[in-house]
Design a protein around this ligand. Structure first.
Ligand code: FEO
Length: 395
């Protein structure tokens, strides 16, 4: 991303990481890459909002230089310290000797722990503001959107909310605004992002959205630190955040399984036939062939979660085990589930599945078959799927 003027006095100076495919370690597959957005405001006090990931600092500095000498920066706002936004902080500090740095107390502590520096620091919190000339910037604490240190910065002059991780998408593009890309792709990436970044914090997202609603801010732009800036579809993304954070679900089912010799897969296929025979939408995910990022995005608002695994050495198989450990952090509510699987002599996988994520879903009786399902057992799988679909529709 080169420097781009967003509106009078505000420039996008962040970077595009076109080839990032595994964000947050290996937890998030970013098939469309990532952007690390940062914003430069030219006012009486020149202000930089957020930095970028380590390794991209040179590009950030070049982008700033296209507008202003970085040594002239008066204010650095740290909305969030996670290294995808603060990785270039220490280098930026070195070339901005006169800058005061603004952020929450937890941000100050985090920067010191990560980098050993926090600059000429000013701690701020909700209700406090900073005048930079024509503009007054208001700070809004938003703990756990995405980390405890997180805050939003609002400019009433620009009717712009700088939301850092909030309302982001992992979507590498040289476009700037939401209406410059395909709407369906944008919303799909937004859902994936919510499911994989913010889902565990639903309660806090929901209460913070309500609190921000009471502030009656006039918001014409939401400028996150990942992906596109919202200007046309603000009502749509706000509605989605309200929906996702309220644990709302659709009558749809994810059947997620891992199989050794295709017996569990045969069961899965009959189960999904039974589910869809009742007109309930369902998708079959072999967890070894699908990204967990896509599966969890579908599951974010799926009422039915069905899991299958063969039993291997007294346990469920390892890839689905990893996926379930990831999923149990979601703190989901209001789901229905059952477990199934084939086994040779002991058949612990179904109980293993239930035990692993009983904190986020409730289980119907499980379904097991020895070795390979015969016709009667396949019929039973169909019937169990059908009954499950009726519960999804009617309860
Ligand atoms: Fe994009 Fe929580 O960092």
């Amino acid at each position: 991303m080169t420097t781009k003027l967003i509106k009078e006095g505000i420039y996008s100076v962040g970077v595009v990481d076109w080839n990032e495919r595994h964000f947050h370690g290996y937890t998030y597959v970013t098939k469309r890459g990532v952007t690390y957005n940062a914003y430069l405001i030219i006012d009486e006090k020149i202000t930089l909002i957020d930095t970028v990931r380590e390794g991209f600092q040179k590009e950030l500095i070049e982008n700033i230089k296209n507008v202003v000498d970085p040594s002239k920066i008066d204010v650095i706002i740290i909305n969030h310290i996670e290294p995808d936004h603060s990785g270039a902080f220490a280098q930026i500090l070195k070339i901005c000797p006169n800058a005061k740095v603004y952020g929450t107390e937890k941000a100050r502590q985090g920067l010191l722990k990560y980098y050993g520096v926090c600059g000429d620091w000013v701690t701020v919190k909700s209700g406090q503001s900073l005048n930079i000339g024509k503009r007054t910037l208001d700070f809004i604490d938003v703990p756990m959107i995405h980390w405890p240190d997180s805050m939003f910065t609002y400019s009433a002059y620009d009717k712009t909310l700088f939301s850092n991780d909030g309302f982001g998408q992992h979507y590498a593009t040289n476009k700037i605004f939401d209406d410059e890309v395909n709407f369906d792709v944008l919303m799909d990436e937004s859902q994936k992002y919510y499911a994989n970044i913010l889902w565990p914090f639903n309660m806090l997202v929901s209460s913070k959205l309500a609190a921000i609603g009471k502030l009656s801010l006039d918001i014409k732009f939401i400028a996150p630190s990942h992906g596109l800036i919202w200007r046309k579809y603000i009502p749509e993304i706000m509605q989605k955040y309200l929906y996702w954070s309220s644990h709302s679900c659709k009558n749809r089912v994810a059947v997620v399984y891992e199989t050794m010799w295709n017996s569990t897969e045969k069961m899965a296929k009959k189960i999904i036939e039974g589910i869809t025979s009742e007109g309930v939408e369902a998708i079959l995910f072999d967890v070894t062939k699908n990204d967990r990022t896509d599966i969890s995005s579908y599951m974010l608002d799926a009422k039915g979660w069905v899991f299958g695994s063969s039993t291997h050495d007294g346990e469920m198989l390892p890839v689905i085990a990893g996926f379930l450990h990831f999923l149990k952090g979601s703190k989901a509510k209001g789901r229905k589930s059952f477990a199934f699987g084939s086994y040779g002599w002991s058949g612990e996988a179904v109980k293993d599945i239930e035990d692993t994520i009983s904190n986020v879903t409730s289980f119907e009786p499980s379904l097991r078959v020895v070795y390979s399902p015969n016709q009667d057992e396949l019929d039973k799988c169909f019937q169990v799927g059908k009954s499950f679909a009726l519960k999804i529709k009617n309860e």
